[in-house]
Design a protein around this ligand. Structure first.
Ligand SMILES: Cc1ncc(C[n+]2csc(CCOP(=O)(O)OP(=O)(O)O)c2C)c(N)n1
Ligand SMILES: [Mg+2]
Length: 278
């Protein structure tokens, strides 16, 4: 285990991802806030420390890849990419507007640093398997990271992919499940219960862990443990809260997609900053 990880810097990075995303949504007037907030910490660990990437050369062949299969959370990833210098911060203001490079869902043809186009739930899982296979066929060592929603687990394609990845022993594929317990229109367990997610992946031949999904230390340690497993793919179930860290979204019953005003954003950002005082 590396001892030089600056976890406080990663916590600050996660806060900045949340702040920039909230600002972006307020500029647009609306957005998929809940699922963007619940992945801020995993994005901070991946882009802040773990991934081997070069923001000045987004298509570097040997880079690690990320497929955000829950593509509606693209704005959180755009914030991470802008903060890393993939493109100017001012571009964040163009979210979803005419001619933008930042559509509401991820598009690899438009945005530097986006490795796969996503938005149709389930499909990112198959494309991530293909990326991981392709990297191995070229004899390269890059990792492929994949983020799946817990509602997204209802897509049959996820389980087809899970079976394929284990069969192919894709041990440089690390998937995260954003286990925020909510999907678009209600609680995942009421709509179609995924039951015991780690146990399910284990029965498909994966190495599985479940951790506190908004704790940068736990996320980092789980990734390090996953990298130590050979011969099988790994899944890390992130036990999260939908809307985590954004006061108005955490409080709202329906927080998948919200109208967001400048005042709401200002208050939420103040609340985030207050946790960094002292
Ligand atoms: C194939 C497909 N069906 C429906 C949708 C519409 N949709 C967008 S987000 C969403 C809910 C996803 O829930 P979850 O995976 O739990 O995401 P999160 O809670 O992280 O936002 C739905 C149904 C879609 N994008 N793709
Ligand atoms: Mg969910």
């Amino acid at each position: 285990m590396e001892s030089n990880v600056d976890f406080e810097r990663l916590e600050r990075f996660a806060a900045d991802i949340r702040i920039e995303t909230i600002k972006m949504f307020a500029d647009a007037g609306y957005g998929h806030i809940g699922g963007a907030m619940s992945i801020a910490d995993v994005l901070a660990v991946l882009y802040g420390h773990v991934m081997d990437i070069d923001p000045k050369n987004p298509l570097w062949e040997k880079r690690d890849r990320l497929v955000l299969s829950k593509g509606h959370s693209g704005p959180a990833l755009y914030s991470a990419l802008a903060l890393k210098g993939y493109f100017p911060m001012e571009e964040l203001k163009t979210l979803n507007k005419g001619g933008t490079n930042l559509p509401s869902h991820c598009d690899r043809q438009k945005t530097p640093g986006i490795d796969m186009t996503t938005g149709s739930l389930g499909q990112g899982v198959s494309t991530a398997m293909g990326i991981a296979m392709g990297i191995r066929m070229r004899g390269q060592k890059s990792y492929t990271y994949l983020i799946i929603g817990d509602g997204e687990l209802q897509e049959g394609q996820v389980w087809e992919g899970a079976q394929f990845a284990a069969h192919q022993k894709l041990d440089r594929l690390i998937a995260f499940i954003d286990y925020n317990k909510k999907q678009l229109d209600g609680k995942v367990k009421d709509i179609c219960d995924p039951l015991d997610i780690p146990k399910k992946f284990e029965s498909f031949g994966w190495n599985a862990q479940i951790i506190k999904g908004y704790d940068v230390r736990e996320i980092y340690n789980a990734i390090a443990a996953a990298k130590n497993e050979t011969g099988k793919p790994s899944v890390i179930v992130l036990d999260t809260i939908k809307g985590k860290g954004c006061s108005f979204a955490e409080k709202a019953d329906f927080n998948h997609y919200m109208i967001i005003t400048g005042e709401m954003a200002e208050e939420a950002i103040k609340d985030i900053e207050s946790r960094f005082e002292n």
